[in-house]
Structures are given as structure tokens and as C-alpha cells.
Write a protein that binds this ligand. Structure first.
Ligand SMILES: [Zn+2]
Length: 80
């Protein structure tokens, strides 16, 4: 399934800024190539929504009880 959102989120705030107190120093510390690489990185690592199944008992589905019950039923059906 292709996962390439057209509206790619663009963080206007460079990550390097968090460790630096003075944003005006950024042009000297981050080269154009770095920015280009960062763009490629962001493009290659888009956020994705993962659907999780949660069991009625609160655990990830299938929980161990469900797995066990399935095993019991599969075994019973195989024995018929
Ligand atoms: Zn459960």
C-alpha cells in the first residue's frame, strides 16, 4: 500500500535549534547539503497511522486468552 501523503508535514523549526540557544548561528552550522539530506530523510520517514486491535479485556488483540481459545477450537475441529 503506497504511503505517500501529499501534505507532507514540514517542520519549520530545525531540530538543531533545540540544542542551540542562538538560531542566528544555524546557517553556519547546517550546510545546504545537510538540509537536503534532512528533506530526504523526512520524505523517507513519513508518519503513519497504525490501526491497533484492542481486546475487550484491554490487552492487544488477540490476547493470550483468545490465542488459547483459538488453539482449543482448532484442535477440536481437527479432531472431528
Ligand atoms: Zn482478551
Amino acid at each position: 500500500m503506497p504511503n505517500r501523503p501529499d501534505d507532507q508535514p514540514n517542520d519549520p523549526e530545525p531540530a538543531a535549534r533545540k540544542t542551540l540557544g542562538k538560531p542566528e548561528q544555524l546557517p553556519h552550522l547546517v550546510s545546504d547539503q545537510d538540509v537536503e539530506d534532512a528533506d530526504d530523510m523526512l520524505f523517507a520517514h513519513p508518519p503513519r497511522v497504525v490501526r491497533r486491535w484492542v481486546c475487550g479485556c484491554g490487552a492487544d488483540y488477540p490476547c493470550t486468552d483468545v490465542l488459547f481459545a483459538r488453539l482449543v477450537k482448532a484442535t477440536a475441529e481437527a479432531g472431528e
